[in-house]
Design a protein around this ligand. Structure first.
Ligand code: SF4
Length: 342
């Protein structure tokens, strides 16, 4: 699939570099509704763009709003008919976080995740990832909602590191063309060893945050809930984390482990003890506990008391820990619930 930029260079092979920059930045003007509005280009160029390059990479949308009006989920129909979901959430300061998808479906098959049941259809292009940001920027403007998008989590449908190049391009473009800072973007990965190693060596990888979906510090339990992980995935994550922290870690650029709380599976004090050991021997890593949101799987969420006891145990043992606030449960927009049901 050709990107807008690739189409642009075919359409205008002799265009100077500043025109390419203008082309890229045009996508970040929510007040423009088509190439005809892009007054930075002369009329003949606008006409050629309008005729040859779609302004957006989706054509139909359906939006669900949570009762509390603090989260919205959009179903986007892409130009080839594939469907993806993306979410807008209010954060505590009244500003907005968006959760974007990186693939249509996902091949990783994590048992607690609705997307995992879909299997993989295809990777999203960088335009299709960027356009989820554009969609919500337009939405905020049209709905006259206060604030702006300040944070992005690549935590929607798909495993972002299986779509390394396009996720990298999309995040780099967003960093170049918006006010969003690199520590306000994070990608969440189950841990794809080859891609994680690439990040360590890739000079052009954007310096955004990485969250590893750990979910258990017990190899057998992790393998059970993430069947696609390797038998030695914990060892690999530990070694990689040490290298990452040595190379990039600092107070504002921390590594995060995500931990979904599943009743009777990984939520005992014995599990917390293993997690403390794993985290403290691996490095200075934050842990984010995620209450499980129903996805039609066999699992149940840990009770509030169990989550609190787990949290207190980690805190007592000097692990930096937070509990994620769950938003958008009533519209199936919470973590793990994204799947394009008809
Ligand atoms: S949790 Fe992430 S990696 Fe696992 S199946 Fe769901 S989308 Fe894929």
């Amino acid at each position: 699939m050709q990107t807008r930029m690739e189409k642009f260079t075919i359409l205008f092979p002799n265009a100077p570099a500043y025109r390419m920059k203008q082309m890229e930045s045009s996508a970040f003007r929510p007040e423009w509704t088509s190439w005809n509005d892009a007054s930075i280009f002369p009329k003949d160029m606008r006409e050629a763009l309008e005729k040859n390059i779609p302004w957006l990479s989706y054509k139909k949308t359906q939006i669900l709003e949570s009762k509390s009006r603090d989260s919205y989920k959009a179903l986007l129909k892409l130009l080839d008919g594939d469907m993806i979901e993306t979410v807008l959430m209010a954060n505590t300061k009244g500003l907005w976080t968006i959760c974007v998808s990186s693939q249509v479906g996902c091949p990783m098959g994590c048992l607690f995740c609705a997307t995992g049941k879909m299997g993989l259809k295809r990777n999203l292009s960088s335009d299709e990832i960027i356009d989820q940001y554009r969609f919500w920027a337009i939405f905020l403007q049209e709905k006259k909602l206060e604030g702006a998008i300040t944070n992005i989590v690549v935590m929607g449908m798909g495993e972002p590191l299986l779509n390394y190049k396009n996720v990298k391009e999309a995040m780099s473009s967003i960093l170049h063309n918006t006010e969003i800072g690199q520590t306000h973007i994070s990608i969440s990965t189950i841990g794809v060893p080859a891609a994680l190693e690439m990040i360590l060596e890739d000079k052009h990888w954007p310096n955004i945050l990485i969250a590893i979906s750990l979910h258990s510090a017990d190899g057998a339990i992790r393998k059970k809930i993430i069947p696609s992980s390797s038998d030695d995935s914990l060892e690999q994550i530990a070694q990689w984390s040490k290298k990452y922290i040595k190379k990039f870690g600092n107070r504002s650029h921390f590594l995060m482990y995500e931990y979904i709380m599943l009743k009777g599976i990984n939520d005992s004090i014995a599990d917390a003890k293993k997690l403390v050991k794993f985290v403290t021997t691996t490095g200075n890593i934050k842990v984010n506990l995620i209450p499980y949101n129903r996805t039609g799987s066999e699992f149940e969420s840990s009770s509030d008391e169990t989550i609190d006891a787990f949290f207190q145990y980690l805190k007592k043992h000097r692990v930096m820990v937070t509990v994620r606030k769950s938003l958008g449960n009533d519209i199936s927009a919470a973590c793990g619930q994204l799947a394009t049901k008809k």
